[in-house]
Ligand binder design. Sequence first.
Ligand code: P5A
Length: 441
Amino acid sequence: MRLSRYFMPILKENPKEAEIVSHRLMLRAGMIRQQSQGIYSWLPLGKRVLDKVNAIIREEQNRSGAIEVLMPTLQSAELWQESGRYDDYGKEMLRIKDRQERPMLYGPTNEEMITDIFRSYVKSYKNLPLNLYHIQLKFRDEIRPRFGTMRSREFLMKDAYSFDLTKEGALHAYNKMFVAYLRTFARLGLRAIPMRADTGPIGGNHSHEFIILADTGESEVFCHKDFIDFDIPGAETNFDDVAGLQAVFDKWTSIYAATSEMHDEAAFDVIPEGDRLSARGIEVGHIFYFGTKYSEPMGAKVQGPDGKEHPVHMGSYGIGPTRLVPAIIEASHDDNGIIWPASVAPFDVVVINMKPGDEACDRICETLYGGLETIGKDVLYDDTDERAGTKFATADLIGVPVQVIVGPRSAAVGEVEVKDRKTGERETLTVEAAMNRLAGR
Ligand code: P5A
């Protein structure tokens, strides 16, 4: 992408409305724009990151055996009357009427709708287990939307829903998501700690929130320090291995971790003082097992091996991609801007032409830009006429992992400078050596 033809509205000034660093940097880097309170557009740079986050979430959901669907944002109130949640949900639910005066709502979550899909088609235990997920916008009319897309009213959610004949089956489905979540957050460059959590309007009593430790987090959390060094299950994990997944779950729940709603002071005090972590955190995922809470009233039953009908045992599993993007920034930035983990960076490399119009600079930049794109790298080519200082500041602000700086003096002798955004290390290399280096990353 040539920056001169891109749409990346960088803000020079610090936006006054932004209270936390991720919100400030997302606005300054031109990633998002607020359209009305708690409702955002994703501009091109932000959209690239969001897409990469979603791709990782999707890969790990698929790996665990979940199957993608797409449900609508607008739902009929009838379904919610069946489960009893239409009246319970309160003011967070945006209720609307269509032209026939039928009550509709903008879905805050999809337990009812997926249960309706399930009951329409699945009648036998032989079609189980099943886990269906989608990545779709939700709306919750939060009292205090804040911190940009961290807590917004309209937000993206990956929500998965599992169906099993028995409670044991459902707990295995829960463990599959538990492991998929550990892998997902690790691939996003985050250390997420699963913590015992309250279930609120979703229901059930077996639930974990996945929390990233961050001073700006909205949740107050308590856990054992050892979590920081726990191993993440590998890509070779067999998701059908019931005992194997249970062992991972047991390990990750063997030491204390709870959100403030579930905090047990006495249990926390048993941990040696030096190993206690009392901190703030960002909830990036939340998983629930709620048995037959929806299947029972909504008549989602399957015939079991005994020939009788049984309401299915269900769980639901949420991740917030539009919250993850700022969470990643909270975890990875410096005074100059964002430092993206390579897995979600909007571009792999930024090529900075210090003197457009200079024959050697232009030639080398075109060679690098074309060559790297050909081998499948996402390259941002800064071919604009901005001052050098502005170009450096922009490259640092948007956090692309590698910068290739092409200035007239070194270009004349066929050399460029390669800078690592995270460490700040710079190295002068020939064009060919730079190409090889970047190709290998
Ligand atoms: C689980 C999937 C549920 O809604 N039903 C379907 C269950 N869980 S949850 O905890 O309420 O939400 C899941 C995740 O969505 C993100 N999230 C938000 N992100 C941005 N702004 C919000 N206002 C918001 N509310 C929830 C969180 O990542 C949460 O873990």
